[in-house]
Design a protein around this ligand. Structure first.
Ligand code: SAM
Ligand code: SF4
Length: 337
């Protein structure tokens, strides 16, 4: 058994929240263009601006030294970055040495060929984003993905022993009719299903007001038809979980639009270019890439302290027909979902 010592100087923000969870966007690029996430004609960052693996490793190590116990790789699509498994292996080698868990959020398109490697590197749980089980609808939502590839990825992940959770963005006018079938399917395969409210991040050309599906109301509707037991499992994030007796599985609700969840927020997000965002829904940021390149380890450490002073109390998401601009101009793929 490895004993993890508490960090000498934990990262604590102005509201007393301990930062123990780092989400790292390893690329802003993606092989899909999901309608709620990206515009059809996205321009991506020049590769020279993106952090090298060595820089990501140094930043991750600095966070682990100061009390980060969980890291999630995300993007963009993390599995489309070249040689991504090198980074997964190197971060995986820190599990048990300060790091408790390394996870990944993926669209599943490249999962079939990487599932075994992820498991071998110490990853135990992954999130796969999937909004529909209908292949024509899948291609319409992702604009270019193939459902069969994702299904093969999920099969491979389960065969490799990875616990899989499905994330589904619930949209009133797109896939509301599939919520119950998706739940039956996911729970039937031993996977959790988490429903996400669409967030107003970046201009993507879709009508977010029309698509908005308030998950609190959905929860109440489901509670009339299923036996839901609230689970105390809390991740420090916006998700709330229930156990569904009829399907014997876990259903999660991520409700940033109808719920303020920030009092227990324990996370920060590193973009592919090294900006550290303290909140998905605010613009405060510290540039860790510049701090590291100009000031080395000491510069990075000081920038992390500065970030703690900037972490806001909460987000300001509002969906309003009279306010056409998104609450935050950055796309989800830039900050990392
Ligand atoms: N490409 C990977 C994937 O799709 O899983 C990882 C990055 S993606 C940005 C992470 C998650 O954010 C996905 O589950 C996606 O559905 C969700 N997402 C993207 N844009 C969103 C938005 N505007 N509102 C809510 N969820 C969003
Ligand atoms: Fe790509 Fe994930 Fe955004 Fe879809 S949600 S476009 S898969 S980054």
């Amino acid at each position: 058994m490895t004993l993890t010592m508490p960090p000498a100087r934990p990262l604590v923000d102005r509201y007393g929240r301990h930062i123990s969870y780092l989400r790292i966007s390893v690329t802003d690029r993606c092989d899909f263009r999901c309608v709620y996430c990206m515009a059809e004609d996205m321009t991506f960052l020049p590769k020279r601006e993106v952090l090298s693996f060595e820089e990501i490793e140094r930043i991750a190590a600095a966070f682990i030294d100061r009390g980060t116990t969980r890291i999630r790789l995300t993007g963009g699509e993390p599995l489309v970055r070249r040689d991504i498994m090198d980074l997964v292996r190197s971060l995986g080698s820190r599990i048990g040495h300060g790091l408790d868990e390394l996870t990944i959020t993926t669209n599943g398109s490249q999962l079939a060929r990487h599932a075994e490697g992820l498991a071998a590197a110490g990853v135990r749980r992954i999130n796969v984003s999937l909004d529909t089980l209908d292949s024509a609808r899948f291609t319409a939502i992702t604009r270019r993905g193939r459902l069969a590839d994702v299904m093969a990825g999920i099969d491979a992940a389960q065969a490799a022993g990875l616990a899989v959770k499905i994330n589904m963005v619930a949209m009133a006018d797109v896939n509301a009719d599939e919520i119950e079938p998706m739940m039956a399917w996911a729970h039937g395969r031993g996977m959790g299903l988490t429903l996400i409210e669409g967030m107003p991040l970046g201009d993507v050309g879709m009508d977010r007001v029309q698509s908005h599906l308030p998950l609190r109301e959905l929860h109440d509707q489901l509670a009339r038809r299923y036996s839901l037991t609230r689970l105390e499992k809390r991740t420090g994030g916006p998700a709330r979980y229930v156990h569904v007796a009829e399907t014997d599985g876990v259903l999660g609700f991520i409700t940033p639009m109808s719920h303020n969840f920030c009092e227990s927020c324990n996370r920060v997000r590193l973009t592919a270019t090294g900006q550290l965002f303290m909140c998905l829904g605010q613009d405060d940021q510290v540039n860790l890439r510049d701090a590291l390149r100009s000031g080395g380890a000491a510069g990075l450490d000081a920038a992390m302290d500065q970030a703690m002073l900037l972490k806001p109390k909460g987000h300001d998401f509002v969906l309003d027909r009279n306010r056409p601009q998104p609450a935050v101009a950055r796309h989800m793929s830039v900050t990392g979902g």
